[in-house]
Design a protein around this ligand. Sequence first.
Ligand code: URA
Length: 448
Amino acid sequence: MTVVELIERKRDGGTLTPPEWHDLMSRYAAGEVPDYQIAALAMAVYFRGMDDGEIEALTSAMLDSGRMLDLSHLTVPRIDKHSTGGVGDKVSIVLAPLVASCGVAVPMMSGRGLGHTGGTLDKLESIPGFRTRLTLEEAARQVERLNCVLIGQTAEIAPADRRFYSLRDATSTVEAIPLIAASIMSKKLAEGLTGLVLDVKTGAGAFMTRLEDSLRLARTMIALGERRGCPTVALLTNMDSPLGVACGNAVEIIESIDVLKGGGPADLRELTLVQAAEMLALGGTVQSVAAGRARAEQALESGAALDKFRAIVGAQGGDPDVADAPERILPQAPIRSVVVAAEDGIVQRVEPRIIGRAITALGGGRTKVDDVVDPAVGFLVHARPGMAVRKGEPLATILARDASGESAARAALGRAITLGSFAPSPRALVSHRVTREGVEELPGAGAS
Ligand code: URA
């Protein structure tokens, strides 16, 4: 079969066999199939979809195009989490050291920000000296020593996905559930995990704006994990407004450290604890999710999670003092300017996409894969949906490099934050828990 014939078959609603997917992806990773043919195939998948067998085959094909992180000699469970991405989502930065401090190995592989969403790697790299590009061998040694490593996808991990994902980004074919599921799970399964927690975001700032799409994505990824012997739990969480207050790179590190010290915004702390509880329960170090939560709360209160963060930062080349004096160590924006409410009212919406794009416009995100990110810029978004504000009260603080960035950011905030006279009814922070057994609607989820 030629690649053209495979594209034709997909275009006409047919399916590709597992050997065809394997052959195609290994030839693509080897540079033997041009991007334009895979772009055409991605568009055919976007419109025609893939059946379960094809999604499984594509996942395996991308996984098998590279190496796996071998941690099978460890005696502790190996659990990771993955978020489908949003604005202000800095949970991983708190969660990884927190869970590692409770005796579970967390070999966390994260991504960079692209489009309107932020990336954990960019946030971590705002800590001077912090290295996220470790070899698989270095990563394995660090997990052995500290139970945790925070790295990016190496060239050896699922190289076919690496190439395919940037191509999809450039051809508007990212938002296809089978492709998202195969892409995420090929990387996560390469970590050699014994369990995985997925944070599937729904709402205005997420890939999936509709609950039914998030549920379909969650079920698809759970099936892929379970079939490969990796127990997988998904939580459906709200991304209708930014998570926490800080949105940007260095500011999100500061806010993460606040949570590690037992403080921080309530939504960020809650989402971190909910996910930590699931990870600890999956790891089997506690008897139940409730016990996992109690254990995680204790690790925040005792300082064990913060100590683990300090150790990880030091091991990866960053200044460990960032845990104690983040404002001194992290880069600061020269301009801090407060935006206030022009009238009395109730905050109706804080549009995450507008905030995310405004961070990119300030220089804190990228529009092209090789853009350099300014770690210091961003926002502190004080306004939250449902909050009553009086004229002159602060809605947000802009962290800008120069006056033109500040004025563009001010205009963006004017579009992002809307005031009205009625209290809106926001979606629950965590609305559903999905496992291989089924879907559980969580208390408060009906509020949307
Ligand atoms: N994140 C990924 O790694 N892959 C996707 O396709 C979408 C989000």
